[in-house]
Design a protein around this ligand. Sequence first.
Ligand SMILES: Cc1cc2nc3c(=O)[nH]c(=O)nc-3n(C[C@H](O)[C@H](O)[C@H](O)COP(=O)(O)OP(=O)(O)OC[C@H]3O[C@@H](n4cnc5c(N)ncnc54)[C@H](O)[C@@H]3O)c2cc1C
Length: 384
Amino acid sequence: MDFHPDPELEAFREEVRTFLREKLPADLAHLSIGMFSPGEAIRRWQKILHDHGWAAPSWGKQHGGTGWSVEQKLIFDEECVVAGAPTQDGFGQNLLGPVLNEFATPEQWQAHVPPTLRGERLWCQGFSEPGSGSDLASLRTRAERRGGNYVVNGQKIWTSYAHRADWIFLLVRTDPEAKKQAGISFLLADMKTPGITVRPIISIDGHHHLNEVFFDEVEVPAGNLIGAEGMGWGITKFLLNNEHATTADLPNLKMLLRKMKELAIERRIGTTRLIDRSEVALQIAAFDTELRAMAMMVSRTAAMHGDQGHFAHAFGSMLKIRATDLQQRMSVFVVELLGDGGAAAAPAPGAEYSAEMFFRRAATIYGGSSEVQRGIVAKLMFGL
Ligand SMILES: Cc1cc2nc3c(=O)[nH]c(=O)nc-3n(C[C@H](O)[C@H](O)[C@H](O)COP(=O)(O)OP(=O)(O)OC[C@H]3O[C@@H](n4cnc5c(N)ncnc54)[C@H](O)[C@@H]3O)c2cc1C
């Protein structure tokens, strides 16, 4: 492996920096500090990216994406975090988008992808139900075909950002008689449809990210079914594999590492700077090394395709386990560095770090828990 900076990539980095300097409005900057951006900021920023031809940084050109390499995408994300740009809608970009590119009819693609790329449509993911998280195939939300519609009844839970989403992609049971995976289908629904109710769940960081979503006789046009009836499980496997691979969150972790270094240089115990204490310096160096190893693993996983698909899936799971473990350890260490300030949970200097630390506890649960990922690795890599 060549560790020298690639001049083409460095030129690309400069191009991204120039774009951000010229096009990122001042009132939108610094919104990605902390992990989440407000919906309106996501919409405005997405429109700006779209007008520049950068609406979908991880999609191929044939689908309206930039066609960038993994390295280019990482550079783009990193520079966006440093500039404080809002995040993009991960549900539309990383989860649903690839599904529509692969499985939607041309009419469905035309109806949903362009508005998503223009920032006019934010999405949420309605998979989990009470009692059906890891064991997703046991889900019970029912969709019954009546004339030109599916009529949906049931409940989803932990639906991130359902309160600000325009549309939801959800898994429903269309055939209650079939073997559990075989009876599942993949539907798209407008959140404004009568019969959909969203109730907030406030998480341990004190914020509103999560919701319960109830469906009561909700009529969804049959044309919103992606793939055929019963194909939902195959589509879900495709989608979840993308989800594991995108949870590494490298750019935010690089930002956290940078802040960690700044804090260790600024802060003192007595007259000694924190960075001059060997246990602090060694820990930061260890995080730095782990992060570099993680970046290589992201590139390696993304480069796997075709006949390596089997291993790519296992690598996606390994990446999810390692990256979320690192996210948790790093966010705890930053709070520890802040001393008394780290304990502040109310608006105060350091409070955003403690909120982030609390929220990161969920990283080893969402997108498939670490225990379940370990099970996948054991099966795919070792045949256990
Ligand atoms: C912050 C957050 C955001 C989320 N956002 C969304 C969202 O937007 N959309 C959505 O659909 N869902 C979302 N989820 C739900 C998430 O996908 C589920 O919480 C997750 O899949 C775990 O399911 P569960 O909560 O039902 O726990 P369970 O499946 O009941 O698991 C309970 C415990 O048992 C363990 N366990 C379960 N099965 C096995 C097994 N086979 N082997 C070993 N251990 C096992 C688990 O690891 C866990 O520790 C979110 C969750 C969180 C916390």
